[in-house]
Design a protein around this ligand. Structure first.
Ligand SMILES: Cc1cc2nc3c(=O)[nH]c(=O)nc-3n(C[C@H](O)[C@H](O)[C@H](O)COP(=O)(O)OP(=O)(O)OC[C@H]3O[C@@H](n4cnc5c(N)ncnc54)[C@H](O)[C@@H]3O)c2cc1C
Length: 412
């Protein structure tokens, strides 16, 4: 039997696309390589903006987050509270969240097959053939394979995004101890001696804390030194790491840049496979879901017009540029350049936090970096409108060092 649409990959991007396409009455097949209930290496920080796509019920959203803590080598813990509805967020295990999203897609009418690893995809004038343990045909395919389907993308003559690495473990603790030690706050560490080009974190869930580090050329030794870091070591001493699939410490890639052309005839690429993750804190769930929504809507229109050619599917890319790149990702790349390519990561974070103490607008923008309650475009504009204060807090010599990077960032 031929499907209207096959989606390869059952992460948040794929299941969001599947739900939306199935709700429009299309005949959708979702193929996921892993078995149901797999562990996914992810800190599981989910801003409330995710509720644009589906509500997050109690139980799935394990711990409601009401603030953050920022740590740099000189300062910390620097705390901020989030009180607004738009600043809410959750920390949860991706196993629960991803199962929940796949079940919603299934309830909408998607056929779901777990344990199906797509090995090859053929495209011709008649349609798409997805090959794996069986073969399935459809009019179009959405690749939502995260960074696990690079071979499929290359085989189709499509680009694969550049990537960095994340390493993480989940430490078991009683709920009350987590509340006492970490609070309902996400902890983010900015220190180039732990990660030259990235961050480290501790994200509290109900009965576990995700502790991890990401960046370029990150190795297990970087992760181990983070476990000895002030504010982390004492809290983790004597605590066990949870075991998932026979492993306690997990590593996974995260994309670093959007690919230039995420479509061709009968194919669209979404989520991490397309490079949609945000390169400031490297979260990518919301962006994967937004791209999934846009791809499903594009497919639905292409179906009505019976046109699955490249020009028809280019609409997906235009929507992605308008709704994700122009408002957000473009400015994330600017902020990324300032933070990770200036050699002044810690100084900028310290200066921004000091400015936020004096200025509520700046404080709200810093909060929004974590909660997504403002677009990255807005945050960049607020930062630039405070550049005199930034210079004052950075000091003259750091400010002079920042000029070439600021110039580079402003040209993105
Ligand atoms: C350590 C770490 C921490 C992170 N923390 C956060 C965070 O706190 N918040 C946040 O928003 N983001 C976070 N991210 C990023 C987030 O995990 C991704 O951006 C998000 O999962 C992307 O969703 P996706 O649907 O595009 O891909 P994925 O979630 O990777 O899903 C892809 C799916 O495709 C399947 N697949 C792959 N190849 C095939 C194939 N050939 N056939 C069939 N199926 C296949 C995979 O099994 C997988 O289930 C983190 C990432 C890492 C590595």
């Amino acid at each position: 039997m031929a499907y209207d649409l096959i989606i390869v990959g059952g992460g948040p991007g794929g299941s969001t696309a599947a739900k939306i396409a199935a709700e429009r009455g299309l005949n959708v097949l979702l193929l996921e390589a892993d078995q149901e209930g797999r562990y996914k290496c992810c800190a599981g920080g989910i801003p409330v903006t995710n509720e644009e796509f589906t509500p997050i019920p109690k139980g799935v959203g394990e711990r409601e987050i009401a603030g953050g803590v920022v740590v740099t080598p000189k300062n910390g813990p620097m705390e901020f509270d989030t009180t607004g509805e738009k600043d809410k967020g959750y920390c949860m295990f991706r196993t629960d969240f991803d199962n929940y999203l796949v079940n919603i897609a299934r309830d909408a009418g998607t056929q779901v097959i777990y344990g199906f690893r797509a090995k090859g995809i053929e495209i011709n004038n008649e349609g798409v053939l997805v090959k794996g343990p069986q073969q399935y045909r459809s009019k179009c395919v959405i690749l939502a394979t995260g960074l696990g389907g690079a071979h499929l993308q290359r085989h189709l003559g499509m680009e694969v995004p550049p990537m960095i690495t994340g390493i993480q473990a989940e430490f078991t603790m009683p709920e009350s101890v987590i509340t006492e030690q970490f609070g309902n706050q996400v902890w983010e560490f900015f220190d180039r001696s732990i990660s030259e080009h990235g961050i480290a974190w501790a994200f509290p869930k109900q009965d576990a804390v995700s502790v991890g580090i990401l960046g370029r050329n990150i190795k297990i030794s970087n992760f181990e030194s983070f476990l000895r870091y002030p504010f982390i070591k004492d809290k983790l001493t004597g605590r066990e790491m949870k075991m998932f699939g026979g492993r306690k410490i997990w590593a996974a890639p995260i994309p670093d840049k959007l690919i230039a052309k995420p479509y061709r005839d009968r194919v669209m690429i979404i989520g991490d496979a397309c490079g949609t993750a945000d390169p400031i804190l490297y979260e990518g769930i919301y962006q994967a879901r937004l791209s999934g929504k846009l791809a499903a809507e594009t497919f639905s229109k292409a179906y009505d017009e019976e046109d699955f050619g490249e020009t028809s599917l280019a609409r997906y890319h235009n929507l992605l540029l308008k709704q994700l790149y122009e408002e957000d990702l473009r400015y994330s790349y600017k902020i990324h350049t300032l933070l990770y390519h200036s050699g002044l990561l810690e100084n900028i974070i310290d200066a921004a936090y000091a400015m936020a103490q004096e200025d509520p607008e700046m404080m709200q923008s810093i909060i929004a970096l974590f909660t997504r309650s403002q677009t990255r475009k807005r945050i960049w504009k607020v930062m630039l409108s405070h550049k005199r204060k930034l210079i004052k807090h950075l000091g003259i010599s750091s400010s002079l060092r920042l000029i070439p990077t600021l110039f580079r960032a402003s040209r993105i």
